[in-house]
Design a protein around this ligand. Sequence first.
Ligand code: NDP
Ligand code: 2IT
Length: 451
Amino acid sequence: MNCIDEKLQPIFSEVTRRNCGEPEFHQAVHEVLESLGRVVAKHPHFLDQALIERICEPERQVIFRVPWVDDSGKVQINRAFRVQFNSALGPYKGGMRFHPSVNVGIIKFLGFEQTFKNALTGMPIGGGKGGSDFDPKGKSDGEIMRFCQSLMTELHRHLGEYTDVPAGDIGVGGREIGYMFGQYKRLTNRYEAGVITGKALAYGGSRARTEATGYGNTYFVQAMLQTKGTDFEGKKVVVSGSGNVAIYTIEKVQSFGGKVIACSDSSGYVVDEGGIDLELLKEVKDVRRERISEYAKAKGVGTYFISADKGSVWDVPCDVAMPSATQNELSGKDADTLVKNRVIAVGEGANMPSTPEAIQVFQTAEVLFAPGKAANAGGVATSALEMQQNASRDSWTFEQTEERLATIMRNIHDTCAATAEEYGAPGNYVLGANIAGFVRVAEAMQMLGVI
Ligand code: NDP
Ligand code: 2IT
């Protein structure tokens, strides 16, 4: 890991002391504090009023029990969380994650990242995140519905279009959003469409929200490639994951002339030298909800599956890598392999997928590296566009919405690049994103008094 400026070291020590046993949260805070040394050297007033300390402390954290009845009639118990991190710029905004690995530290790191990401979009949204250790794998539709209804029975009292607006994340897609919104509507007797995003078009969703995170990351990487006078045309691309973000990354990369030759899930990865067949991938993952090995089985010749215990998707030589599964899925060793295989750009579709060691390897090798809080902001930005459409009771075309998304991603890219330059680290998008996101939140907080 790089070093934190000595003025900021006590802040980090205090964060680790009062959030013990939460390594992902420490990692996320460490990375931002590494960047802030240059800010406080130039603008010491940011050290006043304990601004940085306040930004590292969530405004509110809710932890609750979710009891539900499975198909055999047995009562099951899960734990759920909502960390309302920062509302200086707008209502708390961020997804819900359903995955057995979820704990308070994971949700806290995601809420912290979300605060800066949302600031980078330039839109009026604060940062929050939630989730549960519920495992959706192998559950029936009825079980998923009863779980979502029970979760919302508790969560609804903390939400509102002006208070806190959840959306999807790992394990939470259109189906779960529908069940949660349906229960919110019953409990409140209000058709408050703007209380949740990622809704289906039929009941107030936005066109292009499903595609937005993957498309947005692709736009961001394209902007980085253009700074070097190149683009996706003819490039070999590897994408990890095969969920919402991965699928629409593959779709956009292909439309830009790139060739995606591998993708994965937690069971392993498939390599398809002819280029991933997107329709088949959507059928296997979105419709049938099967394992990625079924893709290789169905595709046959020229395609193969490697299980997760035999290697990682990052072993596949490529020009561009787009990690789109989960945190810390790309290690320093994986980064060494990618660099050895001459990767030229990495765009993080997932939240914090690269370990600090991996980021260091990419930056030392001068690989174009787009951190998640900038590169994957297209999802939440389009959620904010969904909120705008809900507030004005309007519905935009796909083209209008995608054009807004493309402009937002271009602006985020340019802001990160200009900020990195201003602070003496041209090309360092990590520094640019952390500083630009921090400054927007910190300036708003200063104006709001000691809150
Ligand atoms: P999905 O649930 O649709 O897909 C997740 C994918 O990642 C699956 O292929 C899953 O495989 C894989 N995965 C999840 N956890 C692990 C793990 N522990 N190890 C290996 N593979 C894993 O989620 P999304 O596509 O929505 O989210 C992917 C990433 O993008 C997350 O980091 C999320 O926070 C981030 N993100 C999502 C946004 C959105 O709008 N949805 C916006 C911005 C960021 P398996 O099925 O085997 O678990
Ligand atoms: O990590 C993320 O930005 C998301 N999961 C999307 C959040 C949102 O509110 O759309």
